[in-house]
Write a new protein. Structure first.
Length: 280
């Protein structure tokens, strides 16, 4: 969840600055929705909800990315202080519903959102894009978690394109006999050993670009999470065309959720069916 300190800004072009009021006041007969965001689907949903005359939307970002893509509307950056802190925030700001559109691997946030919504007694919806599906010609090796990926990687190649993110990078550093091209949005704080080359980059990516990247660095194995979506799917197409093995880390087991949808449009329709809130 991160630290309880936070900032609020307005998007999509704003950057971090002095906190503004994520106020408890609102026009009569509107519903206030908190979108737990950080994904393309969350940004799409915020844009749709911002256009609804009876809806006020606040998007929450964890603050782990230095220069995040900000959604339309009001944005809150930073943690809540765990499920209890989030529940208090929902109550204090008269939130009528929570849509959790965080990354499929943000397991702690998913659980916190469910618990906080239950405590605050507000409806909760999970918006999660489907995972990728293997196609003819794919050489996928599925593993249940990152530890299993570290264990199995040396049997699949010696030069890896590592796309599992900055937070998991340290787990792969002790793997011997490997060279890594680690693609991340933000650089890690610690210096990297000689067998790791850092590539700071952010999608969307093209198949031609991924093919060139793999060939230029003589990559022989791709390591990725089953994030789903079109923004980064090109690497899978490139691996398929080149016959490369793909080490695919499965998503964490989801908690019991009251409602789940896969698209921003479905989530927006769910919000529209909610009764408008009372004046705050």
């Amino acid at each position: 969840m991160g630290a309880p300190n936070s900032e609020a800004v307005t998007g999509p072009t704003a950057r971090r600055g002095p906190a503004v009021d994520t106020s408890t006041s609102r026009p009569p007969s509107t519903r206030r929705v908190l979108v737990l965001g950080g994904t393309a689907e969350a940004r799409a949903l915020a844009a749709i909800l911002a256009a609804q005359p009876a809806t006020t939307v606040v998007s929450s970002l964890a603050g782990r990315v230095a220069d995040p893509r900000l959604p339309v509307g009001e944005v809150r950056i930073g943690g809540f202080g765990g499920p209890a802190g989030l529940a208090r925030w929902l109550t204090d700001h008269h939130v009528d519903a929570v849509v959790d559109a965080t990354h499929p691997y943000a397991a702690r946030m998913r659980i916190a959102g469910v618990e906080a919504a239950a405590t605050a007694r507000v409806p909760h919806l999970r918006l999660e894009r489907p995972g990728w599906t293997a196609q003819p010609g794919d050489r996928w090796h599925r593993v249940p978690d990152m530890a299993a990926a570290v264990r199995d990687l040396p049997a699949l190649g010696t030069r890896a394109l590592l796309t599992t993110g900055r937070q998991s990078l340290g787990m792969f550093l002790p793997v011997t006999g490997m060279w890594f091209l680690a693609r991340v949005v933000d650089a890690p704080d610690e210096p990297l050993p000689a067998h790791v080359r850092l590539l700071r980059s952010r999608g969307p990516y093209t198949v031609d670009g991924e093919l060139a990247l793999i060939r230029d660095h003589r990559i022989d194995v791709l390591v990725t999470k089953d994030s789903g979506g079109a923004l980064t799917e090109a690497k899978l197409v490139a691996a398929r065309r080149l016959g490369l093995p793909v080490l695919m880390v499965d998503r964490p087991a989801p908690p019991d959720l009251p409602a789940v949808v896969q698209t921003a449009e479905e989530a927006a329709r769910w919000v529209e069916r909610l009764p408008a809130g009372q004046p705050g």
